[in-house]
Design a protein around this ligand. Structure first.
Ligand code: AMP
Ligand code: MG
Length: 312
């Protein structure tokens, strides 16, 4: 299969035809690029799993074209409605009990469904023109670094999908926050651009314990470069081909240094994270040493990604 890259304007018609023909199309969102297909069509969703080599046990996030799809797909609650009202369209995914309209393949057989409404204008236009929900997991092969540019998607999925719409780099650069909405409380399943602090205004919030995340062996590697990655408070090279992902320090002797953000801006750091990891991964290094970032606000989401990248 030949993979075409088009501007959102040139590619809109083709994207809609492909989606209607149960084919997947890579689209920009405000978090990372997604591989989108008709979420209510099992055959279309199967092609997402196939292109990504994603295990069928890993559920897909369903991106809705407008808020009125929420009660059609899930059993919503006042708390879920309040969160949707405040944060949608935007980088927050709500997990709620699903309605029967959602196919098993989309939720990996779970009785809950993960729903989001993206604010990215190119994505929003495709979704509203298609007028059906789109399943859209990150447009990378399973377990690899999520793509934040169309070039990253091409590097991951060239020859596996028919079309990529190039809407420029993603604004947030890391995946959406995933919130499991319980009656009267929120459990964060994945940290992201909408922070625990943001959600606390609505209900008590449980965050994943960093002790759970850090337990060796208990966590699967994810978002991972091929080069071994180590998190070190005081980074030092062990050999001539070590690379550094730097927050505040730049000790001598590293073959290549990438900064999260030259101005130590946490939002900019999140937006640059995957691009910087990819450049380090492509430099033929023996090790990538990542300096931790302060674990507040979106820094917690960055550290969650780094710990997963470091897990073997
Ligand atoms: P992504 O590739 O970023 O779209 O990742 C989708 C992730 O959303 C999955 O790997 C799950 O961790 C999470 N997810 C999707 N659906 C559910 C669900 N029903 N319950 C809990 N987590 C979910
Ligand atoms: Mg993913």
């Amino acid at each position: 299969m030949k993979t075409r890259v088009a501007t959102p304007k040139d590619g809109l018609g083709e994207a809609l035809s492909l989606l209607a023909a149960s084919e997947p199309v890579a689209l920009p969102t405000e978090t990372v690029y997604g591989l989108a297909a008709d979420a209510l069509n099992p055959a279309a969703c199967a092609k997402i799993f196939e292109a990504k080599e994603r295990p069928l046990s890993d559920p897909l996030i369903v991106h809705i074209p407008s808020a009125n799809w929420l009660p059609r797909l899930a059993a919503t609650t006042p708390l879920a409605e309040a969160l949707a009202e405040k944060f949608w369209p935007g980088p927050l995914t709500l997990v709620l009990p699903r309605n029967p309209i959602v196919p098993d393949i989309t939720t990996a057989g779970q009785e809950t469904v993960a729903i989001r409404w993206s604010a990215q204008p190119d994505f929003a236009l495709v979704a509203s023109s298609f007028a059906r929900p789109l399943a859209a997991p990150s447009a990378n092969r399973f377990g690899r670094i999520s793509p934040t540019t169309a070039a990253h998607v091409l590097a991951e999925l060239d020859g596996r999908i028919p079309l990529i719409l190039d809407g420029g780099p993603c604004a947030h650069g890391i995946e959406s926050t995933i919130a499991l909405v319980h009656p009267g409380r929120i459990e964060i399943l994945r940290q992201g651009p909408v922070t625990a602090e943001d959600l606390r205004a609505f209900a008590p919030v449980e965050t994943p314990q960093s002790s759970d995340i850090a337990t060796p062996g208990s966590m699967k590697s994810h978002y991972a470069p091929r080069t071994p990655l180590f998190i070190e408070k005081n980074p030092q090279p062990l050999g001539p081909r070590d690379g550094l992902l730097a927050w505040s320090q730049n000790p001598p002797g590293f073959f290549l240094t990438e900064f999260y953000s030259h101005s130590q801006n946490p939002r900019e750091a999140a937006a640059n994270l995957y691009g910087a990891m990819r450049r380090l991964d492509e430099a033929g290094l023996d090790r990538i040493v990542a300096e931790p970032v302060p674990e507040a606000g979106i820094g917690a989401a960055i550290m969650e990604r780094l710990r997963k990248a470091a897990a073997k």
